[in-house]
Design a protein around this ligand. Structure first.
Ligand SMILES: [Zn+2]
Length: 433
């Protein structure tokens, strides 16, 4: 295998980190044409002269470097191989500039499905988890390489651009409007996103600025039921998980129906089919918001640890359900424990395989693991574990082993048999009373 993670083979280069991405993009929705000018501030992890950058389907016009000049670059498959004139020693910083263009699409994978840039009827979205970031910008596609980002996206007038960061300005110059966003918190590249459409913006009240970016005709009771309670949800989750980790939060609702919503950092994307107000939509609004703590602020190091994202976001749905009187977390735990008992027990939660990474059993057994932990350590200790986990690891990358150790430290209990049974064995353990 090349690359750094067997779940997403051939992606990423472990010899360097990108510290900051400065992406200047120009996009034409009518022709799905993207022109990019990317500056990557990099730091060598080991002495390097040759590095690989992930970029899919788009054509590179030029690569240049500073302080070391680029002597050679070649684009082969979904990689740009760059050779520096002089070696960068371990710890040294260098900048690469990559100019590129083309018609972006998705990165296809037989095991992981398609992810990346998707054209809508009138606009585009990025849905990059887990392997789609190279579909729209040159990157070091490792989930544990977090960086800050500057986005500058020029689109024709009439379109709104939302991005996974804070809006700095939107300025019309000639025949285009340039939208500038900054992501100041470290972000894995699969969590970077831009969403482009004919949207209007609504601001919802609350301590954390929450915006909804949606077509003008999306509203009414269904919208209020699904998205209108996000300020309450935000306050509730902050009480359970600790302060919201970013400056603001945006929900984008596309005019097109989308099969599933998706989180990116400080921004989640839903189809208009989720503005219904029923529990299935509400739980997903809660789920994507909870990912801001679990997945986005605190991010897995290896994709095999996906339960650290999905199990936690699923459990957050149950907590919100309990809070708003739909059903208790205990009730959901019993319901899904019974359901899982009837399904094949051939999925190892701590290493589910790439094919089953997003299998619903990862979500539900992950949430059940947290419920079992809650029963075992008690209410106060359980939420102390969650808030301290986020506080200690926000902006960083984590593993399952670190979480297990964290739980033992905070609880003062030996939890190895509990976690071994839920994470490292196939049979479904009994649910603690
Ligand atoms: Zn999720």
């Amino acid at each position: 295998m090349t690359g750094t993670d067997p779940y997403v083979p051939d992606h990423g280069d472990a010899s360097y980190d990108v510290l900051h991405y400065d992406l200047a993009l120009r996009y034409r929705p009518d022709s799905n044409r993207l022109d990019g000018d990317a500056h990557l501030l990099c730091r060598a992890i080991q002495p390097v002269t040759a590095i690989a950058i992930d970029l899919h389907q788009l054509q590179v016009a030029k690569v240049s470097g500073s302080p070391a000049a680029v002597t050679r670059w070649v684009q082969r498959g979904s990689k740009v191989h760059v050779t520096l004139k002089s070696p960068a020693r371990a710890g040294a910083e260098f900048t690469l500039r990559i100019r590129y263009s083309g018609h972006p699409g998705t990165v296809a994978s037989a095991t992981l499905g398609d992810a990346g840039w998707e054209e809508l009827a009138d606009g585009a979205i990025v849905a990059a988890q887990p392997h789609g970031a190279p579909a729209w910008f040159p990157c070091n596609d490792r989930p544990d390489n977090k960086a800050t980002y500057s986005f500058e996206i020029a689109v024709p007038p009439g379109y709104h651009v939302a991005a996974s960061g804070d809006l700095e300005s939107s300025v019309r110059r000639g025949s285009a409007v340039t939208w500038r966003y900054e992501q100041r918190a470290a972000m894995a590249c699969y969590l970077a996103a831009v969403q482009i459409g004919r949207y209007t913006v609504r601001e919802l009240g609350g301590d954390v600025p929450i915006h909804v970016v949606a077509p003008g005709d999306v509203g009414g009771a269904g919208f209020d039921g699904s998205f209108g309670r996000q300020p309450e949800m935000m306050e509730f989750f902050a009480g359970r998980f600790g302060p919201y980790p970013f400056e603001g939060y945006t929900s984008v609702i596309t005019d097109d129906a989308l099969e599933i919503p998706l989180e990116s950092q400080s921004l989640s994307t839903f189809g208009r089919n989720f503005a219904t107000g029923d529990w299935h939509s509400v739980r997903l609004v809660a789920h994507e918001l909870a990912h801001q703590w679990f997945g986005n602020a605190v991010t897995l190091t290896h994709w095999r640890d996906i339960w650290l994202h999905e199990g936690f976001a699923c459990y957050a749905e149950w907590l919100w359900s309990e809070e708003c009187g739909v059903q208790t977390a205990k009730g959901w735990a019993e319901h899904y424990h019974q359901r899982l008992r009837e399904l094949p027990q051939d999925l190892l939660l701590a290493d589910p395989t790439p094919e089953l990474m997003f299998d619903d059993r990862v979500y539900k057994r992950g949430a059940l693991t947290l419920h079992a932990l809650r029963r075992h350590v008690g209410e106060e200790c359980f939420f102390d574990i969650l808030t301290s986990w986020v506080a200690e690891n926000s902006g960083g990358s984590v593993t399952t082993a670190q979480f297990v150790e964290h739980c033992s430290t905070r609880s003062g209990k030996d939890l190895s048999s509990l976690f071994t049974a839920w994470l490292q064995k196939l049979p479904l353990p009994a649910l603690p009373r």
